[in-house]
Design a protein around this ligand. Structure first.
Ligand SMILES: [Zn+2]
Length: 485
């Protein structure tokens, strides 16, 4: 069985065959660090985090790079607004971004976060190649890419060249075609971050003072690590045009190797009230804001319960519903884990639950990372194990550990069940109190029952929720990190 990936370039699912059998090379466009990271970013980076986790757990060695865009017009504009230097502003938001990525379990799986700032030499070299090959031209200290020279410019987006013209918002002054894009931007204000690069244009040495365009930052950085061709490039669907379209035009024109990337993967976006959540529209919910009320696993559950290629409409309920599903997984595993160990007559049944889950989970993930289906297979198995725990007296110790391991290995791919505290049983005293509280509720003594609930929370850190099936208990720690082994 192989992994199949939907490739934006071919608009079809293709069998995944890495270029180099030793190592898969994967790149995802990183953050432009000028503001807080929001739930839209959480979706992109969690979607691709699941991709890399699944590839690795399927036995591939993967080198995974995400860049940090720290030279950009938006950074300069925001720095001016905040009366900071662009570099200080970029460092500040880079720090916050990496903290957020750590909190939601993404950072640990990215091998490298290179900054554009450190690759000006590589950017110059790539611009030089584009001049040499006849794709670049200079207007003053600006360098532009001549889109009319590159055949197949629209192969990724499938757009008509006429449509492109509508999307260009930059002033076309001095450009040969309105849809030509900047490789190097001349200094507009002395306070801007700037470099002087030397290039040779038609045999003549020229110094261009300014800063790189956004698209060339990415291709130059990636080329430094992966060369002119690699396996996987990911990003949100909004980047297909112009960003990824321009990345292809640059790299293929500079190095003459096609395709630049073998598999192009694009994830859906987070919408809010029907509009895309974005920093520029300022209609976003930050990751921090959500983390102040919910656990990181709640966020991951909310995101992986929709297929990565689909958009999600943001509502507060999607996170609270996800939290309930996270609790259910933990509570089920807690009942199973805390079963009495001993001679179990029906161990085989429990093992069968785990192996059905194993097969089903893999089948779903191999089919273009179908996380909602994989997740449901995990939840079904958790529910079956909970039922098993309730209807059987004991289970063999080795069997139990093997099953818990199998479940957690798959849950890890989604970033769930990462906290060990499910191993702690519900304390006897708390169990008694829950029983008493149920009596109170039956007698409609709600004040009493609320008092007991508060008591359980403060003494044991245990939350209670009344559901149709009775009282469910959970620990706050269940929805966050805390794995010890
Ligand atoms: Zn990019």
């Amino acid at each position: 069985m192989a992994i199949f990936i939907y490739n934006t370039l071919s608009r079809s699912k293709e069998r995944f065959v890495p270029i180099d059998s030793e190592e898969v090379r994967m790149f995802v466009c990183g953050q432009t660090v000028y503001d807080e990271a929001h739930m839209g970013h959480a979706k992109t980076y969690i979607d691709f985090d699941i991709v890399v986790r699944w590839l690795r757990s399927s036995g591939y060695k993967v080198k995974y790079i995400q860049n940090i865009t720290d030279v950009d017009d938006k950074i300069i504009a925001r720095a001016e607004e905040k009366q900071m230097t662009p570099t200080a502003l970029a460092r500040k938001y880079e720090g916050l971004f990496l903290e957020d990525m750590e909190a939601i379990g993404v950072r640990e799986n990215v091998d490298l976060y290179p900054r554009s700032h450190d690759y000006i030499g590589a950017i110059r070299d790539q611009i030089q190649l584009l001049f040499d090959n006849g794709y670049a031209y200079a207007v003053g200290d600006n360098a532009y890419y001549d889109v009319s020279k590159f055949r197949d410019y629209t192969k990724l987006s499938g757009m008509k060249i006429e449509e492109l013209k509508k999307h260009r918002i930059e002033s076309p002054e001095g450009k040969r075609n309105v849809y030509d894009f900047a490789l190097w931007k001349a200094v507009k204000k002395e306070t801007e971050p700037q470099w002087e690069i030397e290039v040779v244009i038609e045999g003549e040495r020229r110094k261009l003072r300014g800063r790189p365009g956004w698209h060339i930052e990415d291709t130059a950085i990636v080329h430094s690590f992966f060369g002119p061709q690699y396996d996987l490039h990911g990003g949100a669907s909004e980047l297909i045009f112009p960003h990824h379209t321009n990345e292809i035009a640059q790299s293929e024109a500079a190095f003459g190797i096609s395709p630049y990337v073998k598999y192009w993967m694009h994830s859906g976006v987070f919408n809010i009230r029907g509009e895309k959540m974005s920093k520029s529209l300022r209609n976003y919910i930050s990751i921090r804001e959500v983390l102040s009320k919910h656990g990181p696993e709640d966020i991951r559950m909310a995101i992986c319960s929709t297929h990565y290629r689909k958009d999600i409409e943001y509502r507060e309920e999607i996170i609270s519903n996800a939290a309930r599903r996270v609790n259910y997984l933990y509570a089920s595993m807690s009942s199973f884990y805390n079963m009495k160990e001993g001679q179990g007559d029906r161990d085989g049944e429990a093992l069968a639950i785990a192996s059905r889950m194993d097969v089903g989970f893999k089948e779903a993930m191999d089919d273009d990372f179908n996380t909602p289906l994989a997740l449901s297979r995990l939840e079904i198995a958790a529910g079956e194990l909970k039922d098993f725990a309730e209807s059987n007296d004991a289970i063999g110790e080795g069997t139990k550990i093997a099953i818990v391991d199998a479940i957690r290995k798959k849950a890890w791919v989604l970033g769930l069940l990462e906290n060990d505290s499910f191993k702690e049983p519900l304390p006897e005293e708390a169990r008694k109190m829950i029983g008493e509280r149920e009596e109170m509720r039956k007698k409609r003594k709600f004040e009493e029952s609320d008092r007991i609930r508060d008591d359980i929370r403060s003494r044991f850190g245990i939350e209670l929720e009344d559901t149709e099936q009775g009282t469910a208990w959970s620990r706050k720690s269940w929805r966050g990190k805390g794995r010890t082994g």
